[in-house]
Design a protein around this ligand. Structure first.
Ligand code: NAD
Ligand code: MG
Length: 385
């Protein structure tokens, strides 16, 4: 039986790689829904190739172009962010790939869970913002959240057949990004173009900047806390510049399991789509001869303060990770537009964490308010600096 897939964010880096996986396994997967924000040309091309039941273009201004281009195809066309969430109700969807970037992923991901769909989750921000709520909803609806993030897929694979009570801790590996090993003075004049050059992975711009600033790893620490129900002290980060060991689990007997593979997001995507079975792939195989040396080192949390701030937000709990995420979204936007320097990004995050109102037991509306207020607070801070 074919699994019918809906992709939230099909035109992005994860979305297009997911479609590549689906293209290579036509007997196993079908496409039900494709969605994008602005990129109507790619969305139209994808719709014509994969014949989904429906497409959604987030930006309503793009609706006339998409509906005109698809008018001779049996494909329904919708527009607006509300339609993203409504579309998740379709009975014919078996699995939703959540590959939107940032806060925009939270509502449709919750809608997919609410509609009783299993979710292959790339949008880590939804777990950072509202991990407790998302996981509680998934439990209530008895749906699976299958990690797509390579580190979390690695942990998930290492945990197969193991008892959660026998896990001592996990190690998330980090490439260290393009600036690993640099000194503070080297980072003062980093441009967006420098930070967008990731050594091992080709990804969307937000996660590429997050990788350079180590915020990506901070967000992943929080993501892991919720996915695997861990305490903060059970999560550690190790710099591994070769990106071949994707993460590790240490058990109570001292034994450590690691998952390895080439740095290719199609691998964790295929694992999530095929779960609980592995699916044959033609992907390039890991040639151990090409990696004579694998290295591991502790992260520099003093220079890359974002990582320390993420651990702090996790310890504080409540809406603090939501504040961290929103401040970071504003900071990344300001860095990319040349408004602030690379080293100012953690200043924005720290300012918002220190000055925003803390909510101990937030509900969905508190997360929305916290996000919007923090974006505002961060922008004011950026404009004054
Ligand atoms: P991207 O910027 O390449 O793509 C984002 C997609 O979301 C696009 O299709 C865009 O049209 C859509 N989108 C953005 N805002 C939207 C909105 N408001 N409404 C509707 N659609 C919207 O991002 P990406 O690199 O593919 O990353 C997606 C998610 O996956 C992020 O959370 C990222 O952290 C995570 N992730 C990515 C990678 C990677 O290799 N790219 C690896 C691990 C995790
Ligand atoms: Mg990752």
């Amino acid at each position: 039986m074919k699994k019918n897939i809906a992709i939230l964010g099909s035109t992005g880096s994860i979305g297009t790689q997911a479609l590549e996986v689906i293209r290579n396994h036509p007997g196993q997967f079908g496409v039900e829904v494709l969605t994008a924000m602005n990129n109507c040309d790619i969305l139209i091309r994808q719709a014509i190739e994969f014949s989904p039941n429906a497409v959604v273009i987030g930006n309503k201004d793009c609706y006339p172009k998409v509906s005109e281009a698809l008018k001779s195809f049996p494909i329904k066309v919708f527009a607006g962010e509300e339609s993203l969430s409504q579309m998740m109700e379709m009975d014919s969807i078996d699995l939703v790939i959540s590959a939107l970037v940032g806060y925009a992923g939270l509502k449709p991901t919750l809608a997919a869970i609410g509609a009783g769909k299993n979710v292959a989750l790339a949008n880590k921000e939804s777990l950072v913002i509202a991990g407790e709520l998302v996981m509680a909803e998934a439990k209530r609806k008895q749906v699976m959240i299958l990690p797509v993030d390579s580190e979390h897929s690695a942990i998930f694979q290492c945990l197969a057949g193991e008892s959660p009570a026998e896990v001592e801790k996990i190690y998330l590996t980090a490439s260290g990004g393009p600036f690993h090993g640099r000194k503070r003075a080297d980072l003062l004049n980093i441009t967006p173009a420098d930070a967008l050059k990731h050594p091992n992975w080709s990804m969307g711009s937000k996660i590429t900047i997050d990788s350079a600033s180590m915020m990506n790893k901070g967000l992943e620490v929080i993501e892991a806390r919720w996915l695997f129900d861990l305490r903060p002290h059970q999560i550690d980060v190790v710099i591994h510049p070769q990106s071949v060991v994707h993460s590790m689990v240490q058990f109570i007997d001292g034994s450590v399991k690691a998952q390895m593979g080439l740095p290719d997001m199609k691998l964790p995507i295929l694992y999530a789509l095929g779960y609980p079975r592995r699916i044959t792939s033609g992907f390039a195989r890991l040639d151990f001869g090409a990696y004579p040396k694998l290295t591991f080192a502790p992260p520099d949390k003093e220079l890359f303060r974002n990582l320390a701030l993420a651990f702090l937000a996790l310890e504080q709990g409540g809406n603090m990770p939501c504040i961290l995420n929103a401040a970071n979204e504003a900071a990344v936007g300001a860095f990319l537009s040349g408004q602030i320097g690379f080293l100012a990004m953690p200043d924005v995050v720290e300012h918002c964490m220190k000055t925003s109102s803390f909510v101990k037991n937030p509900g969905y509306d508190d997360y929305v308010t916290t996000h919007l207020e923090t974006i505002e607070r961060a922008r004011n801070f950026i404009n004054q600096s």
